[in-house]
Write a protein that binds this ligand. Structure first.
Ligand code: AMP
Length: 457
């Protein structure tokens, strides 16, 4: 089937042809005609399947007739993260280049006033994260009565992030005469409930069985033996960092996402990799939006090789030709494993995904394997069986290969400060175990003499 068989306008077809797409993907083939007829749709599809174009392309045509009023967007797309929202906005830019559509992006981390000003001019498409939209709504800067198409994208991720109450509130503010499209990679009962509440007689489209990992991804699991820290003085995180470096040294890494489960570990691992001479940057939800966008751009332009990230920040990132995904931590939700490894092996290319697991991760590994219906191949990497290789081992052929860039002056500055002190500092900063009470911190008032107010020794 060709794009021209789907009922899209000549302008949209021209933009699709400029994008170089030869034929529609299965979700596009099934969804585009449904969206054009105005029917509600429940799409079970992962990112990487062409899902975004499956709703943006027909929306451009549906919205072509009509005029937006000030503060009253004509369509609304909800995305769980700022990056995904920005990506969808880019899609409208790309596919809508021969049409006159106005759009606005409402995402946290950027000036609320500036974003609201765009709404004042009237927009056809509003792409927003739920929290920021509610914020702007409560300030009276946007009205949702005129929204004719509502898209709830990545619904299962919205659920994971606790956004469902916000989504429900927003959906109840939008006119009942709307068309609603809901996309989710998986269909847990809560998403079914949401669909039943907000969709009317939807056409259900499932393009790949949920929880099927991308076929083009070679997967491996590296068991890191772990150690009793008190006995050996070595932490499991240190062992995992050493194991990751070994793995990076063995693999032909062009560019990779390295996932951590916790935000605070993202920074620690990133700094550790940089100290060992890897071209790494970090991406997590606590970074200012401008820094997130800058880092992402640098990664997309191959200026950064390893992007250490959290699930939230990297969800749905569409980066072409990414060679690897590394799970520094085993994801605790098995669905996250699918999402993570699906960042590679996109658009028919081959990808490689490796997961580092400690003995205590065995139940998470088991639930991932249950979900994907098979065992992940165990791999052996010399030097990772529980003993720690030297912190800065001599340069090996493999290691040199995996280093991102030829050494430039700028890179050289990123080389390890090979002092024992800097490594010690890093280890000391690492939160190995949860901080209880005030941890090592003693509040200043406890150190003062209550009578004199002077500092006690
Ligand atoms: P998505 O699932 O929306 O994240 O899209 C994944 C990637 O597939 C994006 O980079 C799109 O540019 C690309 N893409 C979307 N539709 C097609 C198509 N029909 N043919 C080839 N690539 C496509």
């Amino acid at each position: 089937m060709a794009f021209s068989d789907l009922g899209l306008s000549e302008q949209v077809l021209r933009a699709v042809s400029d994008a170089g797409y030869a034929e529609p993907t299965p979700i596009q083939r099934d969804a585009i005609p449904v969206v054009l007829t105005g029917r509600d749709m429940l799409g079970c599809a992962q990112t990487g399947t062409g899902k975004t174009a499956s709703f943006t392309l027909p929306m451009i045509d549906v919205l072509a007739a009509g005029q937006a009023k000030a503060r009253m967007p004509r369509s609304l797309i909800l995305e769980p993260t700022r990056e995904l929202a920005a990506q969808v906005a880019d899609n409208f830019e790309l596919y809508g280049k021969y049409c006159k559509l106005s759009k606005a992006l409402l995402i946290g981390g950027e000036s609320l006033n500036e974003q609201a000003k765009v709404l004042d001019r009237g927009v056809d498409v509003l792409i927003a994260t739920p929290g920021r939209l509610i914020d702007i709504f409560e300030r009276g800067r946007v009205l949702l009565n005129d929204v004719r198409i509502l898209v709830i994208d990545e619904a299962d991720r919205m659920l994971d992030m606790g956004f469902i109450p916000d989504v429900e509130r927003i959906a109840s503010l939008v006119s009942r005469l709307r068309q609603t499209l809901l996309f989710s990679a998986t269909m847990p009962p809560e998403i079914r409930r949401l669909a039943n509440a907000f969709l009317t007689n939807p056409k259900e489209i499932t393009v790949a069985p949920p929880a099927t990992p991308a076929e083009n991804v070679h997967q491996g699991l590296l068991l890191v033996k772990g150690t009793d820290r008190r006995a050996s003085g070595t932490s499991n995180y240190k062992l995992k960092r050493a194991a990751l470096r070994e793995l990076l040294g063995q693999e032909e890494v062009k560019n990779a996402l390295v996932f951590c489960n916790r935000k605070r570990d993202v920074g620690i691992l990133c700094r550790s990799l940089q100290r060992h001479g890897f071209n790494a940057a970090q991406l997590h939800g606590d970074m200012p939006q401008s820094a997130r966008m800058e880092t992402l751009d640098a990664f997309k332009q191959d200026k950064v090789t390893l992007l250490v990230c959290s699930d939230v920040a990297a969800r749905g990132l569409d980066i072409k030709g990414m060679s690897h995904v590394f799970n520094f931590d085993v994801p605790t939700h098995p669905e996250d494993y699918i999402h993570r490894i699906g960042r590679t092996g996109r658009a028919g290319q081959k990808g490689r995904a490796f997961t580092l697991a400690l003995p205590e991760d065995s139940r998470y590994v088991a639930s991932i394997e249950k979900l994907i219906g098979g065992q992940i191949a165990r791999i052996a990497v010399p030097g990772t069986g529980g003993e720690v290789p030297d912190e800065a081992p001599p340069e090996t052929e493999g290691r040199r290969r995996s280093r991102s860039k030829p050494s430039t002056k700028k890179d050289a500055r990123k080389r390890p400060r090979d002092s024992a002190r800097s490594r010690r500092d890093e280890e000391q900063k690492e939160p190995e175990s949860p901080v209880r009470g005030l941890g090592n911190h003693v509040p200043a008032f406890l150190l003062r003499d209550p009578m004199s107010g002077k500092k006690m020794r």
